[in-house]
Design a protein around this ligand. Structure first.
Ligand code: MN
Length: 247
């Protein structure tokens, strides 16, 4: 089995390194990852300049582009063999609810899914993450499961893992995405040259976070597994908008 790994925290990140170590027991692992942190890159492709691929001392390919660039390039020309499965992560921090819209981690997996390859995005839910082994073992379990018994439909799974030792996990729950409150305001400050600059504010706290959601599962010690789709059509609004237009 050929496993392609990417992430949005950069090729040097601990989460990616641990994931590569653990998954190498299951097959051939190739890593193609951004050469800098690109968290929040979403599904962006670099179209205004060429991309360069360099080889890090540990064998990882590093790219001066986005997570989506990495997976797109790996599958459409860089690699001789198409991967059987793509895993993105392990992200340093949660990707739940609205985070999935902005996440480069989720985007790298989404790109694999769009190219027809089963793909998993995995995140450890605390920023000062410690238990990457826990998340890596969860992914290994899922990869073995996909290998033995593939899902009938194209697979895009968003996985969030509590930052606890493996033995402390309560189990796995299949969830829907929750929602966050509105983001915090931008932070206005002055740079050393006296110019006004702005920092994008923090994500809002969890709002829709009860039973059945990704937030709810993780808060109660379970791994959250959300199957994602890409179709953004609001089906319930099709008739509403049609009537609105006809009026
Ligand atoms: Mn990240």
């Amino acid at each position: 089995m050929h496993i392609l790994l990417s992430n949005d925290d950069g090729y040097f990140s601990q989460g990616l390194t641990v994931l590569a170590e653990v998954l190498s027991a299951l097959g051939t692992v190739t890593v193609v990852a951004p050469d800098a942190e690109r968290s929040g890159a979403s599904n962006s492709l670099t179209l205004d300049r060429p991309l360069m691929v360099r080889r890090a001392p540990n064998g990882f390919y590093r790219v001066n582009g986005t997570p989506t660039d990495c997976v797109h390039m790996a599958v459409t020309g860089l690699l001789d063999v198409s991967p059987d499965i793509i895993v993105s992560g392990i992200n340093h921090g949660a990707n739940m609810g609205d985070d999935t819209i902005y996440s480069g981690t989720v985007a790298a997996a989404t790109e694999g899914y769009l190219l027809g390859i089963p793909s998993i995005a995995v995140s450890l839910v605390t920023r000062d993450s410690h238990h990457f082994e826990t998340a890596a073992e969860v992914v290994a379990t899922l990869v073995r499961r996909i290998q033995k018994n593939p899902l009938k439909q194209a697979t895009l799974l968003n996985v969030n893992v509590p930052d606890v030792p493996q033995g402390a996990l309560k189990g796995m729950k299949v969830t829907r995405l929750g929602r966050r409150h509105k983001a915090e305001p931008v932070i206005k400050t002055i740079n050393p040259r006296g110019e006004t600059v702005y920092w994008v504010g923090a994500a809002g706290p969890a709002a829709d976070a009860g039973e059945g959601t990704d937030f709810g599962a993780v808060a109660t010690g379970f791994v959250s597994i959300t199957p994602l789709q890409v179709d953004l059509t609001h089906y319930q609004q099709l008739d509403v908008v049609s009537h609105w237009l006809a009026d």
